[in-house]
Design a protein around this ligand. Structure first.
Ligand SMILES: Nc1nc2c(c(=O)[nH]1)N[C@H]1C(S)=C(S)[C@@H](COP(=O)(O)OP(=O)(O)OC[C@H]3O[C@@H](n4cnc5c(=O)[nH]c(N)nc54)[C@H](O)[C@@H]3O)O[C@H]1N2
Ligand SMILES: Nc1nc2c(c(=O)[nH]1)N[C@H]1C(S)=C(S)[C@@H](COP(=O)(O)OP(=O)(O)OC[C@H]3O[C@@H](n4cnc5c(=O)[nH]c(N)nc54)[C@H](O)[C@@H]3O)O[C@H]1N2
Ligand code: SF4
Ligand SMILES: [Mo]
Length: 802
């Protein structure tokens, strides 16, 4: 008999998805055998099945263990992978980067990153960005436009800061103290267990809950109201709810008057805000005008000081006036009145017809939102993956402004953060001379503005040299050919690159077209520094240096080690603390006062207690100027001149997402169903299908549909069916879901990987017999601001797969 291996417990956290759950790893001998919750950790109440399957991920026989290079031409079914040394691999990558930069400029080398919400890339994303900044390329291909843009960026047009997600310095739903929570296209039970725990706790103490989702998921059965919205119409729903609240007087008038640009006058002739310059030639173009009910005349508003220029002014929130300007009389109306007029176009009967929601539910929801304040909300992938996501996010954020709950206890709160030094290298010389990112010229307010490019922009730059050539791609996991639309064009583009290296744990279909693949250590085999765990004040106070639970398998290395090794070969090591990663961590930690040694000695993390202050917009400086909001008007912007200046509607006008995909009666009849999708609780996007404990529970890709929809087409539960859109066709197995509207079907993305241990197949990423959902998605309909396509509002037909 062999001795039982000695067991050791390691305090850690699971980094596999956005929840980042505090956890305890068990190591028996040298083997990582179990991951369990760590209730002493602020995010450690529970783990999901994926977290519990972490040892299977680490020891998967499909892991990449050595650097490899292709020996056969791209397009050949057999890449002829040949094992090479790290030195050879890194030399090859560095020399290709230099060669391409010499020929075309550093921007011709793009980087791709997977989502920090579905991978552990957040450990290293800032280091990767630092390498980009040091090298001089702005082009990071990421999924931001599919699940972060609306939450973190589109809402900044309203609040000057993202109103839905603290990871980017924005606000976060303070669920523990909310009176009512709105989950808008967000299913935390499947996708962020920490929020699921918080929601369950809050429901116990009586918090109200509104779920906006086409599917009866997660908390829908615990919700006071479940609004079964037609996919892609959340914007109309938000306008309809706002209309009801305004009609009934269920809104925070004082907040809007004092803290929004609602009272500012808009010229009927130009749609621009009336300025002091309009009134008098020596007035400022940067000062605006409102109607002062106290004096019965106009009053000037100065954004620089955040105040009206007359003591005791009482700006009117609603109304229209003829205003005398230097060039004659102009009709002007308040921004709020214009918004209210837009909302009036969405009475309950219009919302019911547009969104397929019961009329009575609109009033009930509006009443609940108002009566159960403070309100918090979280909008996520269900509202993001549409061709109208920017205006939907605007409509939701303005609806939210009506409640006056922003940054109040129980609202969406700007929680404090432990101070840290940035390491993304925005200050490096290379960052200052960079060209704008690809796609910036066509969508200047979109993701490219902050250096994140959409896949269409990548493919245009590779295949058409637009706006300039991209010839190299340094991939850090992003599984572009499974997780993005336009799959075939994507494959053509990646194949056409001069050089493509991909660093990953597995040989994905995207990695398959690379020239070189690099094996990455999993989160459990590497160290990482985490400053703040986002979801509340306590979690934000927590700083943790995650230790490696076990050493890296094979020759795999952490992304940070790869970054640093590449930097040194590129002659950029001086920007990376001479290659000393610990020195980088120390730099990052310095403002916090914490040392690396202290963190090493406390593997479960250290708390630096933070104190949340609320309503920070109202705090005044020494000269009495209120902080306000970081928008051009220093107010919550109901009316966005920034959007207007770029040719977009300044108010959140609704255009249905996906309606353009089957234009004309003939196509509409051919594709009568609305196609949406959702994440699987057991898999992170395109990952995990090879892990037996998870795959056993979901052996095959599924598509949910109403039994009536199935019967009409001769489909039985469990049948393989074909899903067809104007873009393509795939197969999945029918799963009946009586909660769906019979006109809606809901698929799954991410299927490609086999599970040999269970004898379960992989799926062809590029063919009709496979199940790559994104073969169904193209670029026929895109959000004009962000370029987001219709992953969740396509038009389709289904039939037995024969
Ligand atoms: N139809 C449809 N399409 C979608 C979505 C959808 O809901 N429906 N969701 C969209 C969304 S929201 C997102 S975020 C994207 C997700 O798309 P991606 O961001 O590409 O994420 P995954 O598909 O999970 O693939 C992540 C890859 O990164 C690797 N990886 C994991 N951890 C690390 C690490 O630490 N370092 C490195 N180098 N690699 C790592 C994994 O092995 C895996 O191959 O998909 C988008 N596409
Ligand atoms: N288990 C697991 N967790 C994950 C991930 C994963 O793949 N698996 N991925 C991570 C990533 S990258 C992300 S972005 C997050 C996403 O987290 P979530 O946003 O919660 O992800 P989903 O479950 O895809 O979408 C939420 C809900 O949107 C609904 N929905 C679909 N269409 C619409 C619509 O038009 N309107 C509305 N209102 N709702 C709609 C779906 O039915 C679903 O219940 O999860 C992260 N966490
Ligand atoms: S929800 Fe699951 S996968 Fe995500 S961090 Fe927690 S345990 Fe890991
Ligand atoms: Mo995502």
């Amino acid at each position: 008999m062999t001795e039982p291996a000695e067991e050791r417990k390691v305090q850690t956290y699971c980094a596999l998805c956005i929840a980042r759950c505090g956890a305890i790893a068990t190591v028996a001998g040298h083997r990582f055998v179990a991951l369990d919750p760590d209730p002493s950790h602020p995010t450690g109440a529970a783990l999901c099945a994926k977290g519990r399957a972490a040892p299977e991920l680490v020891y998967s026989p499909q892991r990449l263990l050595y650097p490899m290079r292709r020996t056969r031409p791209k397009g050949d079914p057999d890449p002829g992978w040949q094992r090479i040394s790290w030195d050879e691999a890194l030399d090859t990558v560095a020399s290709a980067m230099r060669r391409i930069a010499d020929a075309h400029g550093p921007e011709a080398v793009a980087f791709s990153l997977p989502s920090p919400s579905t991978t552990a890339i957040v450990d290293s994303a800032n280091w990767i960005r630092r390498l980009m900044n040091a090298f001089g390329t702005p082009n990071a291909v990421g999924p931001n436009y599919l699940c972060g843009w609306a939450r973190t960026q589109a809402t900044t047009f309203t609040f000057g800061v993202g109103s839905v997600h603290s990871g980017s310095g924005g606000a976060m739903a303070d669920i523990a103290n909310s009176g009512v929570l709105m989950l808008c296209g967000y299913n935390p039970s499947g996708s962020r267990i920490t929020h699921a725990t918080a929601t369950a706790e809050a429901l116990k103490r009586g918090m109200k809950l509104i779920v906006i989702d086409p599917r009866h998921t997660g908390f829908a059965n615990k919700a006071d109201l479940w609004l079964r919205v037609k996919p892609g119409t959340d914007g109309a729903l938000a306008l309809g709810l706002a209309n009801m609240m305004i009609q009934r007087g269920w809104f925070d008038r004082a907040f809007l008057r004092d803290w929004s640009n609602g009272p500012l006058l808009v010229r009927a002739d130009t749609g621009r805000l009336l300025t002091e310059r309009d009134l008098t030639p020596d007035g400022s173009e940067r000062r605006y005008v409102a109607w002062d009910a106290a004096s019965g005349g106009v009053v000037v508003y100065d954004p620089a000081k955040g105040r009206y220029e007359r003591e005791g002014a009482a700006p009117s929130l609603e109304g229209a006036w003829r205003i005398a300007t230097a060039a004659g009389e102009v009709v002007c109306e308040t921004a709020f009145s214009l918004y209210a007029a837009l909302c009036r176009r969405y009475p309950s009967e219009v919302v019911a017809a547009t969104c397929w929601i019961d009329r009575d539910q609109i009033e009930a929801a509006a009443r609940l939102i108002w009566s159960a304040r403070p309100v918090s909300y979280y909008a996520y992938a269900g509202q993001e993956q549409h061709a109208n996501t920017t205006q939907t996010a605007r409509a939701m954020s303005i609806l939210y402004a009506l409640t006056g709950s922003f940054d109040l206890e129980g609202g969406n709160v700007l929680f404090p953060s432990v101070p840290q030094a940035m390491i993304a290298g925005e200050d490096l010389p290379g960052a200052k001379t960079m060209r704008p990112a690809a796609g910036f010229e066509t969508r200047p307010l979109g993701p490219a503005r902050t250096g994140t490019i959409v896949t269409d922009a990548l493919y245009d730059a590779i295949l058409d040299d637009k706006p300039y050539p991209i010839r190299g791609l340094i991939g850090w996991g992003a599984n572009l050919l499974i997780g993005r639309g336009n799959v075939r064009r994507g494959r053509a583009a990646l194949t056409a690159l001069d050089f493509f290296v991909h660093a990953d744990l597995f040989l994905t279909p995207t990695a398959e077209v690379a020239d070189v693949v690099l094996p990455v250590a999993s989160a459990f085999e590497r160290e990482a520094l985490r400053i703040g765990f986002e979801v509340n004040e306590d979690a934000q106070s927590h700083v943790q240096l995650r230790q490696a639970v076990v050493p890296p398998r094979g020759e795999s290395r952490s992304d940070i080690e790869i970054v640093v090794a590449l930097a040194q070969r590129l002659g950029l090591g001086n920007h990376f603390w001479g290659g000393d990663i610990a020195a980088g961590f120390r730099h990052q930690l310095a403002p916090s006062g914490l040392t690396l040694e202290a963190l090493r000695a406390a593997p479960g993390g250290i708390k630096l207690p933070l104190k949340t202050q609320h309503a920070k917009y109202a705090q005044r400086d020494a000269s009495g100027i209120a902080a306000g909001f970081a928008t051009p008007s220093r107010k919550v912007e109901i009316y966005s001149e920034t959007l207007l200046a770029h040719g977009y509607p300044p108010l959140p006008e609704f255009i249905e997402s996906g309606a353009a995909l089957a234009p004309g009666p003939e196509l509409a009849a051919r594709y009568p169903l609305v196609l949406t999708c959702a994440k699987h609780a057991l898999f992170c996007d395109s990952q995990n299908r090879a892990l037996p404990s998870l795959r056993r529970r979901v052996p095959h890709p599924e598509v949910e549909l109403h039994p009536q929809t199935a019967t009409e087409r001769g489909i039985a539960a469990g049948d393989w069916i074909a899903i067809e859109t104007p873009q393509g066709s795939i197969r999945a197995r029918a799963r009946f879901n009586t909660s769906l509207d019979p006109r809606v079907v809901s698929g799954q993305s991410g299927w490609w990987q086999a599970c040999p241990e269970l004898g379960l197949p992989g799926y062809d990423p590029f063919g009709e017999t496979g199940s790559n959902y994104n073969l169904l998605v193209g670029s026929a309909s895109l959000d004009p601001v962000s370029g987001t396509p219709t992953h969740r509002s396509g038009r389709c037909e289904i039939r037995p797969a024969g």
